[in-house]
Structures are given as C-alpha cells and as structure tokens.
Ligand binder design. Structure first.
Ligand SMILES: Cc1cc2nc3c(=O)[nH]c(=O)nc-3n(C[C@H](O)[C@H](O)[C@H](O)COP(=O)(O)OP(=O)(O)OC[C@H]3O[C@@H](n4cnc5c(N)ncnc54)[C@H](O)[C@@H]3O)c2cc1C
Length: 306
C-alpha cells in the first residue's frame, strides 16, 4: 500500500484525463495520472484530426504527445496500471490496480470507450490477419488492395478517406441507405474516386485462408440478397462500448455501462467524477472530452478544498 494520499487520481490518459490532470496540477493539487497503456487514448488510433481548434490538420498520435508532454513540468505524477476496482471509504477512496493500491481524496474517471465488435464469424479468427479497428496503425499493410470499411458514422467515413492513401479501392458498407457522418465528411467521401459504397447491407461472415482474409459475405437488409465479395483488408467502425467494468459495483453507471454524471461531471458518489467518452452523453469528441476534463478538475478542487 502506498503511504501517499493524492488529492486527485485521474484514471485514463486520453484527452479528457490529460486535461483534467493539467487543470488539477495547475490548482496545486497533488495529482496522479494512472494509465494502462500509452497516453493519448483513442487519439492514438486516429489518423488525421481536423476539428481540434488551433491545429488545423494533425495526426492523432502527434496531438496526444502535445497534450501529454507539458504535464510532467506541471507536477503531474504518472503511474502505469490497469484499474480493477474502486472502493469509496467516504473522505478517501482506494483505487486497486492489478499490481498496486492508491489512496486519494478524489477520483476523476476518464477511461473512455472501446470500439464495438460486429460479433460475426471470422472476426476474432482474423483479428491480426486482415481485420482491424485502427486505420492509422494498420492501413499501410493493405497497400494496393481492396479495402472494406464497415460503418457509416464520422469515424468510419474519415478513416475510409485516410485509407485511400493505401488501398486500390475503399468500399464503405453501411446498414442504411445514407451515412450518419457530418455532411462535410460525407461530401469528401462522395468526391473521392477510390471510395465505393455498399448500402443497406450488414456483414455476416469473414472468410479467408490460414494467413489472411480473402472475402466477406454480406446481406442486403431490404432485399435479403446475400453476396460474397473479395477484400484484402477490413476495418470496423460500428460504435463504442464504455470502459467502466471496474466501476460497475459503485452503482454509477447506466444499464449499458456509461457513467451517469450531472453537468459538472459529478457522479452520485461525492468525490468521484467522470469525464469524456465514458460518460453518458450525446457527443463523443476530443473537444467535448477536453471540456469535461477542465470542468471536473475544477469540481474536484472545490471538493478537496471544501
Ligand atoms: C478512429 C477514430 C477516429 C476519431 N476521430 C476523431 C476526430 O477526428 N475528432 C474528434 O474530436 N474525435 C475523434 N474521435 C473520438 C475521440 O478520439 C474520443 O472522443 C476521445 O478520444 C475521448 O477521449 P477520452 O479521454 O474520454 O477517452 P479515450 O481517448 O478513450 O482514453 C481513455 C484512456 O483510458 C485508459 N484506460 C481505460 N481503462 C483503464 C483502466 N481500467 N485503467 C487505466 N487506464 C484505463 C485507456 O487506455 C485510454 O488511454 C475518434 C475516435 C476514433 C476511434
């Protein structure tokens, strides 16, 4: 058990957590940023970010580093660890990771969200052999191949546009007859000669040999027609699941696992706040995550001082 008691422990070093840590440290609170992987969160899986003010167009991993690097000079401590549970003792809270225990007066949960899986045959089997959830990580493996992207939201269409740098063609398969992505992103996709569309269709099976995927089987939801088509790579962007398993026993999540907060990021437990994508909210973006982080740090300061 560590002897230190932190004022704030921020769990998760995505944009929400890094902003919360920055504001906490600037309020002279003893701040720990606890992360299970590399700092940056989903930004590390994002090719180009065009809607974070002040940077024009920037690669996700670069923006991650720009947020992370100043934190040490502000006095933010870092620890590596996967949080497995939180115990509320009232005035203090205990955070258990797989290897360590941390004591703190307040907690800001910023554990974000994970890509949702399709749950179709072949998805697990071809996990590292043609099926991916990260264009910036894996796009270059599919140079000059036909690539399929499943999904119709911002992430799916933006990443499809990015993948045209590598692929011979990039096909977007969507279960409806129109995209959900913002209009500006849609227009860019429609204007790109390399991008094709398969509308009203759902992927049913991923097939291949022992080395890589070769084809997919999909069904038109309007006509029922089943088709098989060849693709060398498959990228899946069909939504998000909250990363909050460690908080389920606290009674602060909704039935889908999103953490419920008020507009100031307070959960129903005094001293425990939640920010960013893990929170029950409508619009999950870097800008909204950053705003949540600043707000929660301010509330944590009032809580600890008060
Ligand atoms: C492909 C893609 C493209 C996107 N493009 C854009 C875009 O162009 N513009 C935009 O604004 N947004 C974009 N987004 C959304 C944006 O990235 C997210 O809204 C944002 O990253 C959410 O930030 P967050 O800090 O809440 O969570 P996350 O970024 O998910 O970070 C959470 C962090 O918590 C850590 N963590 C989780 N569980 C634990 C645990 N138990 N213990 C310790 N650490 C833990 C994770 O490792 C992670 O580092 C995109 C997302 C994706 C996937």
């Amino acid at each position: 058990m560590t002897e230190k008691i932190y004022d704030v422990v921020v769990i998760g070093a995505g944009p929400a957590g890094m902003t919360a840590a920055m504001y906490s440290a600037r309020s002279e609170m003893k701040t720990l940023l606890l992360e299970r992987g590399v700092p940056g969160g989903q930004m590390n899986n994002t090719a180009e970010i065009e809607n974070y003010p002040g940077y024009g167009q920037i690669m996700g991993p670069e923006l991650s580093m720009k947020m992370y690097e100043p934190l040490a000079d502000l006095g933010v401590e870092n620890a590596y660890g996967l949080v497995t549970s939180i115990v509320d003792n009232g005035a203090t809270k205990t955070i258990n990771t797989e290897e360590e225990v941390f004591e703190t007066k307040s907690i800001i949960i910023a554990t974000g969200a994970n890509h949702r899986k399709l749950g179709v045959p072949g998805e697990e089997e071809y996990g590292a052999r043609g099926v991916s959830y990260c264009a910036v990580c894996d796009g270059a493996f599919f140079r000059d191949q036909d690539i399929l992207v499943v999904g119709g939201g911002d992430s799916a269409v933006e990443e499809a546009i990015f993948l045209t740098r590598f692929g011979k063609t990039v096909t977007i398969m969507h279960r409806r007859d129109e995209l959900r992505a913002q209009k500006i992103i849609q227009e860019r996709a429609f204007a790109n000669d390399k991008i094709k569309f398969i509308w009203d269709s759902v992927l049913e099976e991923i097939k291949g040999d022992e080395r890589k995927i070769e084809s997919v089987r999909y069904k038109n939801v309007k006509t029922g027609e089943v088709t098989e088509a060849n693709f060398g790579g498959l990228f899946i962007y069909v939504g998000l699941d909250a990363v909050s398993e460690f908080a389920r026993d606290l009674g602060i999540t909704d039935e889908e696992g999103w953490i419920i907060t008020d507009a100031t990021m307070k959960t129903s437990i005094p001293g425990i706040f939640a920010v960013g994508d893990v929170r029950q909210k409508d619009f999950r973006q870097i800008t909204t995550a950053v705003g949540d982080g600043a707000q929660a740090a301010q509330e944590a300061y009032k809580y600890v001082e008060g």
